[in-house]
Design a protein around this ligand. Sequence first.
Ligand SMILES: Nc1ncnc2c1ncn2[C@@H]1O[C@H](COP(=O)(O)OP(=O)(O)O)[C@@H](O)[C@H]1O
Ligand SMILES: [Mg+2]
Length: 251
Amino acid sequence: MSTASSPAAALSFDKVSMQYPDGTLALDGVDLRIAAGEFVSVVGPSGCGKSTLLKLASGLETHTGGEIWVDRSNLGYTFQDATLLPWRTVLPNVELLMELRGVPAAERRRIAMDQIELVGLKGFENHYPKRLSGGMRMRAALARSLALNPGVFMFDEPFGALDEITRERLIDELIALYLRKGFTGLFITHSIPEAVYLSSRVVVMSRRPGRIIAEFDIPFAWPRTPELRYDPEFTRLAGEVSVALRRAIEE
Ligand SMILES: Nc1ncnc2c1ncn2[C@@H]1O[C@H](COP(=O)(O)OP(=O)(O)O)[C@@H](O)[C@H]1O
Ligand SMILES: [Mg+2]
C-alpha cells in the first residue's frame, strides 16, 4: 500500500503530471500531501497549472501521469466567479448541489437556511444574484458548497475579483468556517499575504509545467486576527514566500 492512501492524508498528489490533448504539459511531477484538517494555499506564476491541479483533484479533468488520492464524494469547490444561477434566488441556489444529490426538499431547505445564516446572508434568501454585491454572491457560493459538508474544500482564487476590504472580511469569515467545520482546505491565490494569513502551509509552484518548488509552514495560532498582518514574523514569512515566487517566475 502506498503512503498516498494513508488515512491521515485527506488529499495527495504523487508525481502527478497533466498533458492536455493539444500537447500542453501543464503539470509535471507534482508531489503534494495534505493531511486532514490542514489548510494549504498554493501560489505560483500565472498559467503554471494551479487551476489544473484543482480540476484533476475534482475529477473535472483526468491526469496523465502519477496518482491522485482524494474522496471525491465529499469535495467542495468554489471558483472566482460565484457561478450562481441568475434565474434562481439565493435559497434555491444554495439548495442546488443538494438537489442534484437527491436530498429531500424539506431537509435541503433546512440545511440551506442554516448555511445562509452561517455565511451572514440571512434576510437575503429571496434575492436574485444580480441584486447582491460581489461579496454576497461569493458568500452564497460558499453556502452552496458548505451545504454538502465537504471534507475537502477547494478554492480557486475565490476572492480575486473583490475589493480589498470585502476580501479581508471574507478571509476572516472563511477562517471562522474552517475552524467551525473542520474541513481540509486547498486554496489557490495570487496574494501572498492572503495565503500566509489563511493557511497552515503555503506551497509555491514553478512556472509551467508546474511542480511544487517550495513549502512554508505557517505557525500562527488560530483564529487569526487582522493585527497579524503587522506582525514582524508575518512580514518575514510573506517575504520568504515572495522570494520563492520571484525565483519561480525568473528561473
Ligand atoms: N483544456 C486545456 N487545453 C489545453 N491547455 C490548457 C487547458 N486548460 C489549461 N490549459 C493550459 O495549461 C496551463 C495551465 O493552466 P491553468 O491550470 O489554468 O493555470 P493557472 O491556474 O496556474 O493560471 C496554461 O498554459 C493553460 O493555457
Ligand atoms: Mg487559474
